[in-house]
Structure formats: structure tokens, C-alpha cells
Design a protein around this ligand. Structure first.
Ligand code: PRP
Length: 176
């Protein structure tokens, strides 16, 4: 038996480009006159973050936060921990969390509570892909790129065993 590999394309590079341009315009209008802090969630969001910030016509700053679920399994274990904190204070500042995926919602729920406790001026979330049918915790998402089915995806930041994050599109992982 070989390893699973990227198969059917779920979101093409062109669809990513077009939707991220729309999100950037929308975020630019909503934050007009503000200088938001965009918080990318490592590792998966690094490509989305890089493309999104270039689509937002505002003075903004970027920072990153690292989170991990306890346990080794692909399914979320339910416990989230901070592995790498922000480098700056967000107190009194408009904060936009940039995530690649909301699945069960546990990670985002933890992150929202963690950042709310630091008293930002506002706190919103942009997610590239929403697996809405997998949600176990209700969590508010302000901007959604794509709603996708509950299948394992790789590419454009999404990994399998650390690989395939560098694909310029999102594909379903398929058995060998
Ligand atoms: C993924 C994704 C979210 C989280 C969503 O991260 O980037 O942070 O899972 O799942 P949830 O809604 O069920 O909590 P992952 O743990 O795969 O880490 P990575 O970003 O480093 O790939």
C-alpha cells in the first residue's frame, strides 16, 4: 500500500485568486480609516495570509500565532494549546484573525477567547475554508472564502504529514 496523494482539485488557483481579491476588497471597505492587526494562525494560514494582505488596500500590520491540538490523531482532540504567541500587544487595536480552516470550531473558539481577554478594539475572523458540516462548537466567522465538504484537503497551506502545503490549489487527499 502506498501513501495517499493529492487527487481531485477542490479549489483551483484561479478560484483562490478571485475570491481572495473579493475578500480583500470587502475587508478594505469594512476597516476603512483603521489600521488593523492581521493575525495569521500557523502553520496552515501562511499562504492565505500572504495573498490576503496583498489584496487589502489599507495600512495594516501582520503578526502570527501558533496553536496546536493535543494528541496525534487527525481528528481534533478537543484541547488546544498556544505554541507560539504574538509578538505585539493587541490591546485597543482592531484585530482580524486569518485562519485557513474552521472544522470542529475548537481552535477558533480557543483563539477568540484568548484574544478577547487581551481587550482588542474589535475582533473578527476571516477563514479561507469552512467545513460547516463538521462543526461541534458554534463560533462566529465574519468572512468565509469557501464552504467546502467534510473531506480531507491538502494544498495551499493544508498538509498531510507536513507535505503538500506548497501546492498552489486545494485538492482532496485520495487513497493510494
Ligand atoms: C487546522 C487548521 C485550524 C484547525 C481547525 O490546523 O489550520 O487551525 O485545524 O480545526 P478545528 O476547527 O477542528 O479546531 P492543524 O492542527 O492542521 O495545524 P496546521 O495549521 O499547522 O496545519
Amino acid at each position: 500500500m502506498g501513501e495517499p496523494r493529492p487527487g481531485r482539485v477542490v479549489i483551483t488557483a484561479e478560484q483562490l485568486r478571485a475570491r481572495i481579491a473579493e475578500l480583500g476588497g470587502e475587508i478594505g471597505r469594512d476597516y476603512a480609516g483603521e489600521r488593523p492587526v492581521l493575525v495569521g494562525v500557523l502553520q496552515g494560514a501562511f499562504l492565505f495570509m500572504a495573498d490576503l494582505v496583498r489584496a487589502i488596500p489599507l495600512d495594516l500590520v501582520t503578526d502570527f500565532i501558533g496553536l496546536a491540538s493535543y494528541g496525534e490523531s487527525a481528528a481534533s482532540s478537543g484541547e488546544v494549546r498556544l505554541t507560539s504567541d504574538l509578538s505585539m500587544s493587541v490591546e485597543g487595536r482592531p484585530v482580524l484573525i486569518v485562519e485557513d480552516l474552521v472544522d470542529t470550531g475548537l481552535t477558533l473558539d480557543y483563539l477568540r477567547r484568548t484574544l478577547e481577554a487581551r481587550h482588542p478594539k474589535s475582533l473578527r475572523v476571516v477563514v479561507l475554508c469552512d467545513k460547516a458540516e463538521a462543526r461541534t462548537v458554534a463560533v462566529r466567522v465574519d468572512y468565509v472564502g469557501f464552504t467546502i465538504p467534510n473531506v480531507y484537503v491538502v494544498g495551499y497551506g493544508f498538509d498531510y504529514g507536513g507535505f503538500y502545503r506548497n501546492l498552489p490549489y486545494v485538492a482532496a487527499l485520495e487513497p493510494a
